[in-house]
Write a protein that binds this ligand. Structure first.
Ligand SMILES: Cc1ncc(COP(=O)(O)O)c(C=O)c1O
Length: 367
């Protein structure tokens, strides 16, 4: 099976981990060990902002950024439902009420017009997601946020290496949250980071990360343990060095696959709108006019031929039992349609040209 994603770990990561283990410094009580501090410095430079605060998951990054952006109990937060559940989970964990907005059917990202429709007096923040690695329409969303005095937290968990107007994903938001889960464009096994240009947000996130403490045993606010370990940061430093080559290979694979699939009239292929560069975390196509059953059958057939096609996301968050029961079910027609018609194909850096040709030709033959 060609898996949908696969971490690419080399000797550099192995050596870096061994070095940390030999050093005896595995973590730091305030989350600021030498590896974590260096990783934060390098990641902030990569992300084009002043601060990066390393965390133990992308979910922790989202939760603390949403709290630090000022979301409190009862505040409404607008976000897409077509995302990984962690985006919504973080809003609820912060005490906020998720208000789901529909997507643009072309990009699968949240539609600025739908965000505007979801605004109420209780809205406090907007959390767009860079789905599959294509940056959200952040400029129009930034305008809405500024007009209504709202916080803007970007879920960039899938966007390492993506750009918008030549700048790294995340720079136009008040804070951006990244994941280093094993499937991502770069990994630390589990891990996450928040990037921000805002000193106050950065300071609050640092407090949340380690029990609300600036000094030991003197909590200034409610916090928890969201610290990244030194081992994770050492892996992250090596992976960040390699990220440009990983993304370049994903891009090359995407281009090759698009060339083969361009003939397939039933497929809507992923594109990069003008001014945007994809991170190519997932190569996601839509089987046009398909029923869910027809899409599922095609995915099954691909899997039978050892192509690890997957559906992201079969269940939009607003239709998941907990979210439907707790927060009501607004109809989101484009989200619900996309969830029935999309599927993703492997293009990660370990997929060879021959495998891309096999994936493309097999899919063409199945259509
Ligand atoms: C869009 C999105 N948001 C949030 C997360 C949560 O990140 P993590 O798994 O590192 O907690 C992920 C990845 O898993 C994701 O894809």
């Amino acid at each position: 099976m060609i898996p949908i994603n696969l971490p690419k770990i080399g000797e550099e990561e192995v050596e870096a981990v061994v070095k940390v283990l030999r050093s005896g410094i595995l973590t730091s009580g305030l989350g600021t060990g030498p590896m974590v501090t260096q990783f934060e410095k390098n990641f902030a430079k990569f992300a084009g902002v002043k601060h990066a605060i390393a965390m133990n998951t992308g979910t922790a990054a989202l939760h603390s950024a949403i709290v630090a952006a000022g979301v409190k109990h009862g505040d409404e937060v607008i976000l897409p439902s077509f995302t990984f559940v962690a985006t919504a989970e973080a809003v609820v964990m912060a005490g906020g009420k998720p208000v789901f907005a529909d997507i643009d059917p072309e990009t699968f990202n949240v539609s600025p017009a739908e965000v505007e429709k979801a605004l109420t007096k209780k809205t406090k923040a907007i959390v767009p997601v860079d789905l599959y690695g294509l940056p959200a329409e952040i400029k129009p969303i930034r305008k809405i946020a500024d007009k209504h005095g709202l916080a803007l937290v970007e879920d960039a968990a899938q966007a390492h290496g993506a750009t918008c107007e030549g700048k790294p994903a995340g720079v136009f938001a008040d804070a951006a949250c990244w994941s280093f889960y094993a499937s991502k464009n770069m990994t630390t096994g589990e891990g996450g980071i928040v990037t921000t240009g805002d000193d106050e947000i950065a300071e609050t996130i640092r407090l949340i990360r380690t029990h609300g403490e600036k000094a030991k045993y003197a909590s200034l606010m409610l916090g928890t343990n969201y610290r990244m370990s030194e081992v994770q940061a050492a892996i992250g430093l090596a992976q960040l060095e390699k990220l440009p080559s990983f993304v370049a290979k994903r891009r090359e694979n995407a281009r090759r696959l698009t060339k083969i699939l361009a003939k397939a009239e039933r497929l809507k292929l992923p594109e990069e709108p003008k001014g945007y560069q994809h991170s190519w975390y997932l190569y996601t196509v839509r089987l046009k006019d398909a029923s869910e059953t027809e899409r599922n059958k095609l995915v099954e057939e691909l899997r039978r031929k050892d192509i690890g096609a997957e559906v992201y996301y079969v269940n939009p968050v607003h239709l998941m039992p907990y979210y439907r029961e707790s927060f009501g079910g607004r109809k989101l027609p484009e989200t619900e349609k996309a969830a029935k018609q999309v599927f993703s194909l492997p293009i990660h850096p370990s997929v060879t040209e021959e495998q891309i040709d096999y994936i493309g030709m097999t899919l063409l033959n199945l259509l």
